[in-house]
Ligand binder design. Structure first.
Ligand SMILES: [Zn+2]
Length: 395
């Protein structure tokens, strides 16, 4: 059967389950669950997938809300995985629209699953918890969940239709200072103030900012600054998120921030220790052929697409997956430009009629893209070549 007929068939399959996908997305949206607490969302998704005869493995990578749903191969071929996210944010709920990501991936898996016996290879839906915090996919990557997958695909709701944005790499640096406690008023000369070292670190860093390039982003908070005003703080700590477009520059920035802290420790007579308070996020590796195929399909379905590669200002754990295998992380417009992620307005868009229609169209484009890759060895090889080329250019 021609790939063309099959792409039409997956679109019809999405139309047939549209009510189910809108229901699933709405259910997840109205009861937001925080990172690693997404039990209800996972139950709803896994029930749906198991009814469609996917083989379900829950609690993979040692994470209770991670899962894999597999449609095994009838004949040898590539393994393609749709990635699903479903966690929300405190206070603003689904202000990142992960309910849309979840339902889009489920829809694409159901639709491609329906015609799977005519395609070679294995189809998977991977449930990825805790994108907003803890970097769920980074843990899953470390545990080998993505080994053996040839191509991974997901979409993220946004204010425009475009390919995978270039997310920034991030180092989460924790700096701890050890001083010496003393009575702050009666015997200050016997104390060593660790909080002063933290404050000095911020001041040095602020002076340094003038000389940083525009792709550097460093922001911090004080996490420990003493217990009582009448005790010289013997322990103080701060956290910095250090981001850049590439790993070499990020490492350079990390060293500069550490030098600010080392200087502050020397000035105050403190000891300084460095560690990470979270996982290290990689930069996104773009796969041009995957992006192009998805945008062609989304455009064919009537979406207004832009082919310009966007430089994202944030980071995502999916970028660590993009370092291991070809990944599509395309942006799908669910609202107009000017409405940003992580706002109340975006949360509203993620359950709006416009948002749901965009979700259905994205599920079609995603399943069409998977059919294209499954059915065309040329395209599959091109995607692999792009991955290797991008890896060379990165290092
Ligand atoms: Zn998100």
């Amino acid at each position: 059967m021609e790939s063309n007929e099959m792409t039409q068939e997956v679109c019809r399959a999405i139309d047939a389950v549209a009510h189910l996908l809108i229901g699933l997305s709405t259910e997840i949206h109205k009861a937001p669950e925080l990172s690693f607490e997404e039990h209800r969302a996972v139950r709803l998704i896994c029930e749906t997938m198991s009814e469609a005869r996917f083989m379900i493995e829950e609690g993979i990578a040692g994470l209770k809300t991670a899962f894999r749903a597999t449609h095994p191969a009838q004949s040898p071929g590539p393994t393609i995985a749709f990635l699903s996210e479903y966690d929300a944010l405190p206070g603003v709920g689904h202000a990142c629209g992960h309910n849309i990501i979840a339902a889009t991936a489920v829809g694409a898996a159901l639709a491609v699953g329906k015609i799977k016996e005519r395609l070679p290879g294995t189809l998977q839906l991977i449930g990825c918890p805790a994108e907003e915090r803890y970097g769920g996919k980074i843990i899953m990557a470390e545990k080998g969940v993505f080994n053996g997958i040839d191509v991974a695909m997901m979409i993220h709701p946004e204010a425009k239709n475009s390919g995978t944005p270039k997310h920034l790499t991030l180092v989460p640096l924790e700096i701890s200072f050890e001083g010496k406690s003393s009575h702050a008023s009666a015997a200050p000369e016997q104390g060593i103030n660790a909080l002063s070292a933290v404050i000095q670190t911020f001041n040095s860093l602020n002076a340094l900012r003038e000389h940083l390039s525009s792709d550097a982003s460093i922001h911090g908070i004080i996490t420990k600054g003493g217990e009582r005003t009448n005790i010289v703080p013997e322990f103080a700590q701060c956290h910095f998120s250090i981001r850049s477009t590439n790993i070499a520059h990020r490492n350079e920035l990390e060293e500069k921030v550490k030098n600010c802290a080392r200087g502050a420790a020397l000035a105050m007579g403190c000891k300084v220790n460095f560690s990470y308070f979270d996982r290290v996020y990689d930069p996104m590796r773009i796969n041009a052929s995957l992006d192009r195929t998805f945008l062609k399909n989304l455009g064919f379905l009537g979406a207004n697409v832009t082919t310009e590669v966007e430089q994202a200002r944030g980071s995502t754990d999916a970028a660590n997956v993009s370092q291991l295998l070809p990944l599509l992380h395309a942006s799908v417009a669910i609202t107009s430009e000017g409405i940003n992620l992580h706002t109340k307005e975006f949360a509203e868009a993620a359950s709006s009629e416009t948002g749901m229609q965009a979700m259905i169209r994205a599920a079609k484009a995603l399943s069409m893209t998977a059919v294209d890759v499954f059915a065309s060895e040329n395209l599959f090889n091109q995607i692999k070549e792009d991955f290797l080329k991008a890896r060379e250019n990165q290092s």
